[in-house]
Write a protein that binds this ligand. Sequence first.
Ligand code: SAM
Ligand code: DTB
Ligand code: SF4
Length: 333
Amino acid sequence: MQNLQEDIRNDWTREEISKIYHSPVLDLMYQGATMHRKYHNGQEVQVCTLLSVKTGGCPEDCAYCPQAARYHTDVKAHKMLEAEEILSKAREAKANGSTRFCMGAAWREVRNGRDFDRVVDVVKEVTQMQMEVCCTLGMLTAEQAKKLKDAGLYAYNHNLDTSEDYYADIISTRDYQDRLNTLENVRQAGVSVCSGGIIGMGETDKDRIGLLHTLATLPEHPESVPVNALVPVEGTPLEEQQRVSVWEMVRMIATARILMPKAMVRLSAGRVRMNLEEQALCFMAGANSIFAGDKLLTTPNPDYVDDKKMFQTLQLRPREAFKNETKIEAVQI
Ligand code: SAM
Ligand code: DTB
Ligand code: SF4
């Protein structure tokens, strides 16, 4: 077996990543599966739940997003949910086996004030429920990150979404460096970093490799890397995009797993259009987390019953909360 330290690198070159990404797909999947089993238990998948606590009306122009105010989608904007509504959803998520609860807001950035104070209060309460609490609220200052950390926030999601080169084709209202600055603020506050991207937005393989390169060469790898397949939503500029093939998801997931072995790699948006066999290939390639519940933020997701059946068929089990994500387990297979 390789020296474990050699697997964890922050000096990957684009050429090395390209070589891995373009390997024959079954070999790539095998490598991903092998790395997965070296750092994680191959039978465990973390179950997370998302809740949109503030939906729609967002001033940004992210071309994929149904919550951008400027596009005409079926999403109904609503103001921030009451704390009690959020807490009851968190309890329901826990009862359904989720160990991570992620609250999303359609904000460009966090503004100090009543709504943010409510998020902070809710973070405190959900942390008490022994769930990993995650937020995705847009850009964050160092002070706001610290405030969330003090409230018990476990992780913060902020996706780079695509390569730096392709970014401007997808979003014009902020730039890549803004995203990187927020990730740095999150890291400095001692909050676990969740950052990944979306495939199927018209990007090239080079863009996918560029995204993985940026993530894998951060001073510390994100602890969590969501891989989303675009959910094309009517009314958004990307409404006509073709569905990505499962092999593209497998390539992204396996490459992420090989580059960032300790990370939780999350098979995120897009599962609703994947059958059980396709999802199984993604788990084999190295994915070890899903979002459960019949809604992501605003779009459909498989329901708990279907996922329960999938876990039974694939003999997977939900991973416990707060499992030290960097600890190397003696894995029994
Ligand atoms: N407004 C905050 C932000 O942009 O960081 C937080 C919420 S935003 C909806 C969270 C992430 O959801 C985005 O970064 C993007 O990766 C993902 N997302 C949004 N719409 C999507 C879609 N139609 N398909 C796949 N992923 C999507
Ligand atoms: C992530 O990478 N994917 C999740 C979570 N992080 C916040 C969000 C997916 C959203 C899909 C579109 C929607 O439901 O609105
Ligand atoms: Fe707003 Fe986030 Fe959607 Fe972009 S992805 S439009 S920032 S909610």
